[in-house]
Design a protein around this ligand. Structure first.
Ligand code: ZN
Length: 134
């Protein structure tokens, strides 16, 4: 697969207001926009950093994946996303290599991107997302 860059780092927070303070007030990042992805029960807020972004994730429901993550591990780093040239090709290659996937086929994430998650058990414990711009 062809990886173009680290697209974003996903960080789980309890609230966008509280969770963004460090990134804006201390690190000087600027909020670029936020979006709710109803299907994932998550609101995301993007803070560009050069060619990449910090993505804050807040659950919109107590049974959403981010709420469950925070319940288990606490707020903090949640996933790293790599921008790939062709997500279907990347998924086919990962399947061929026997990599455990959370998403067998791409779904639509924030910004209309095609995204898919690899299972952390296949990556040494890191939740890895691959994404392709829509
Ligand atoms: Zn992400």
């Amino acid at each position: 697969m062809k990886i173009l860059k680290i697209d974003h780092l996903g960080i789980a927070v309890n609230s966008l207001e509280e969770g963004s303070k460090f990134w804006t007030d201390v690190m000087g990042l600027k909020l670029h926009g936020s979006e709710t992805v109803a299907e994932q029960k998550v609101t995301t807020a993007f803070f560009p950093v050069g060619e990449s972004e910090v993505e804050l994730l807040v659950s919109t429901s107590p049974d959403g994946p981010i709420a469950k993550f925070i319940e288990k591990k606490g707020a903090g780093f949640q996933h790293v996303a790599f921008l790939v040239e062709n997500i279907e090709e990347a998924l086919a290659e990962l399947k061929e290599k026997g990599v455990a996937l959370i998403d067998q086929t791409p779904r639509i994430g924030a910004g209309g991107c095609k995204i898919a998650f690899l299972h952390p058990k296949a990556t040494g414990g890191v939740l890895v997302e691959i994404s392709q711009r829509g």
